[in-house]
Design a protein around this ligand. Structure first.
Ligand code: NAP
Length: 247
């Protein structure tokens, strides 16, 4: 196992990539705090699966775009466990529309949910982890934050912002012994991509050298690596997990 006796908060872990990250990290020896926004039942299912496999997990419901709720949740984790060792800012949404038709409120809603929430998580984690001179954070961004995508000016801005913000945190946190890295998945088989029409999916697959979408477990493995001591000299990096779609 890559970890032992430490804990992690994974945001947006009731389903999709986040749920798999939670399971993988628990299997690697971390106590996992499973965050969800509304899907408590699904979060409890993830917790039960982790416990059945011999791991440790707790659920914690809050909306990551609600700053005071996020701060309070981190405080309650530290009160319960005495520390927070790792954070994965995974929760994210899309609200796609062509830019010419997108209202600024629709733009800002995605910035708040994806980027501002990750900022709050990164900032609060640094306060806690910096005191112990130990910790690591992974921000789940997207290939779209590097390439842009038609219909996703809000999402692309939020994910590009996460990549740049991660580097700034890495610089500020390095003297405090805390590492920050970003991960940019390409297309992953989850609810987020299940809504795409088949011809759109096929169009994307034709541009992926490995000729398929990723499984959530393939993203989760990369997150586990970046958090672990195997990546002890890696900070401020953007790790691409995209099947070769962008090199
Ligand atoms: P998903 O299947 O839509 O799941 C999203 C998760 O985030 C759910 O657990 C949801 O919780 C949670 N969530 C959303 N907004 C939240 C909020 N405000 N507060 C707390 N939790 C919230 O998405 P996914 O495909 O697993 O994506 C996970 C991350 O990977 C996202 O950041 C996404 O942008 C990124 N990503 C995905 C892909 C892809 O192809 N799927 C590619 C690149 C990057 P509830 O169930 O409670 O709503």
């Amino acid at each position: 196992m890559r970890f032992s006796g430490k804990n992690v908060l994974v945001t947006g872990a009731s389903r999709g990539i986040g749920a798999q990250i939670a399971k993988t990290l628990a299997a690697e020896g971390l106590k996992v705090w499973i965050n969800y926004r509304s899907a408590e039942e699904q979060a409890l299912k993830v917790k039960a699966e982790i416990e059945e496999a011999g791991g440790e997990a707790q659920t914690i419901g809050f909306d990551v775009s609600d700053e005071s709720a996020f701060v309070a949740a981190l405080k309650s984790i530290v009160e319960s466990d005495g520390e927070l060792n790792y954070l994965v800012n995974n929760a994210g949404i899309t609200k796609d529309k062509l830019a010419m038709r997108m209202k600024s409120e629709e733009f800002m809603a995605v910035i708040e949910a994806n980027l501002k929430s990750a900022f709050v998580g990164c900032r609060e984690a640094l306060k806690v982890m910096g005191k112990k001179r130990f910790g690591a954070v992974v921000n789940v961004a997207s290939i779209v934050g590097e390439t842009g995508n038609a219909g996703q000016s809000n999402y692309a801005a939020s994910k590009g912002g996460m990549i740049a913000m991660t580097k700034s945190f890495a610089l500020e946190a390095a003297p405090r012994g805390v590492r920050y890295n970003a991960l940019t998945p390409g297309f992953v088989a989850t609810d987020m991509t299940a809504v795409l029409k088949d011809e759109i999916k096929e169009g994307f697959i034709s541009k992926i050298p490995l000729s398929r979408f990723a499984e959530p477990s393939e993203v989760a493995e990369a997150v586990a690596f970046l958090l672990s001591d195997h990546a002890s000299y890696i900070t401020g990096e953007t790790l691409r997990v995209n099947g070769g779609m962008l090199m």
